[in-house]
Write a protein of this length. Structure first.
Length: 169
């Protein structure tokens, strides 16, 4: 985020971030129970509380965040989305960060870093993690995207879901 540009609206209190991340993690758990990878994302309105959309992982090329961002861009105006927050359990990959950028969703909250995910999944064939921090992706853009994460208060809960999943037989 660039300090000399106006920030998107929305609350950034740690308690709010943790509450929203727990909602996203419930979406991730439901995705896992439905046979997908345990990733979940929600779109939160500019008021910082109202959940507008939720999306779990679909498959390897349809990640929760990019599916949600594309759908959000078809439902809402860019000016409205700029004040919204995309809340996701794990730091978005380069594809998803790029999709969020183009969808003009101004704020991101993530629970666990991509580097931490990589440490948990190892060289798992279903998750060849693209290790490029989302802040690096956003920093190449022309908009002051606001990023909060990782959030230590919920990182363990999110990590636990992945630990169980990637070690399954
Ligand atoms: Zn992704």
């Amino acid at each position: 985020m660039r300090a000399d540009s106006p920030s998107p609206a929305g609350s950034s209190s740690p308690a709010d971030a943790a509450r929203l991340l727990r909602l996203a993690n419930a979406v991730a758990r439901r995705a896992m129970e439905a046979g997908h990878h345990p990733f979940g994302a929600i779109l939160v309105a500019p008021d910082g509380h109202t959940v507008l959309m939720e999306q779990g992982n679909v498959n390897t090329v349809n990640h929760a965040e990019s599916v949600l961002a594309r759908e959000a861009a078809s439902r809402y105006e860019p000016a409205f989305l700029w004040g919204c927050t995309l809340v996701t359990t794990v730091e978005p990959c380069a594809m998803c960060a790029g999709t969020q950028y183009w969808a003009h969703i101004g704020r991101l909250v993530y629970g666990m870093s991509e580097a931490r995910l990589l440490a948990l999944t190892g060289n798992h064939s279903e998750n060849p993690t693209l290790d490029l921090p989302c802040r690096e992706v956003f920093d190449r853009g022309q908009k002051p995207m606001q990023v909060v994460g990782p959030v230590p208060e919920v990182e363990e809960e999110i990590a636990a879901l992945h630990r169980d999943f990637w070690r399954r037989p």
